[in-house]
Design a binder for this molecule. Structure first.
Ligand SMILES: *[C@@H]1O[C@H](CO)[C@@H](O)[C@H](O)[C@H]1NC(C)=O
Ligand SMILES: *[C@@H]1O[C@H](CO)[C@@H](O)[C@H](O)[C@H]1NC(C)=O
Length: 187
């Protein structure tokens, strides 16, 4: 008899704990839901890439380190490292708000596709921290969304999307991208 009762109590306790567990999980997933119409932070910046072309060592902000010609019509295999200034306006001589540090390589034989991984490094009075971006960049498309996979400092643990628009291309020497940054998780 006593055994029966304690079994019953045990069962009740167990289902109570399972219920609490379920509830806390539900609460957590509700808190995580994000409103894609309302980023928690929104910035627009301009990134400037000045390619090294044998006579501009002092001025260059990017260099092809492997396979300068690439394979086929779309530079397949060409690999570029960069440390590019990022400014508030379109003038590449403006005071940078961040630097874009990373690399891309062309990885399609049928179209220009620059697969990129880089970090926006902020070290100013307004912002200190990093945003890391990693994604495919099909550069012939008018706009491209790339994933912001994380951050540090002012952007600790963030996630979001950066939309690239090519502002200007000057041959192989210079290009400027508009970066429309929307963060959906801010802490
Ligand atoms: C640096 O590069 C920019 C953009 O291509 C160019 O307009 C400028 O003349 C260059 N400056 C020097 C000192 O080479
Ligand atoms: C950030 O800026 C401060 C102040 O200008 C400077 O002392 C520091 O070295 C900078 N840090 C990096 C990582 O550039």
């Amino acid at each position: 008899m006593e055994n029966q009762v304690s079994k019953q109590i045990f069962k009740t306790l167990l289902s109570f704990f399972l219920f609490v567990l379920l509830l806390s999980d539900t609460v957590l997933s509700v808190r995580k839901s994000i409103n894609l119409q309302k980023p928690c932070k929104h910035f627009v910046f301009h990134l400037h890439n000045i390619a090294y072309d044998s006579d501009n060592v002092a001025n260059a902000t990017s260099a092809t380190i492997i396979n300068p010609l690439g394979l086929g019509d779309f530079s397949f295999g060409k690999y570029v490292i960069f440390d590019n200034p990022v400014t508030m306006d379109e003038n590449y001589l403006s005071k940078p708000v961040a630097r874009a540090q990373g690399f891309f390589f062309y990885n399609m034989k049928t179209a220009y596709n620059a697969w990129m991984a880089f970090t926006l490094v902020f070290n100013s009075t307004q912002h200190k921290g990093t945003l890391t971006i990693m994604d495919a960049n099909p550069i012939m498309e008018p706009t491209r969304d790339l994933a912001i996979v994380g951050g540090t400092g002012d952007f600790l643990m963030t996630r979001g999307i950066v939309t690239f628009t090519t502002d200007l291309i000057q041959g192989n020497k210079y290009f400027r991208l508009k970066l429309d940054i929307k963060l959906y998780e801010c802490y």
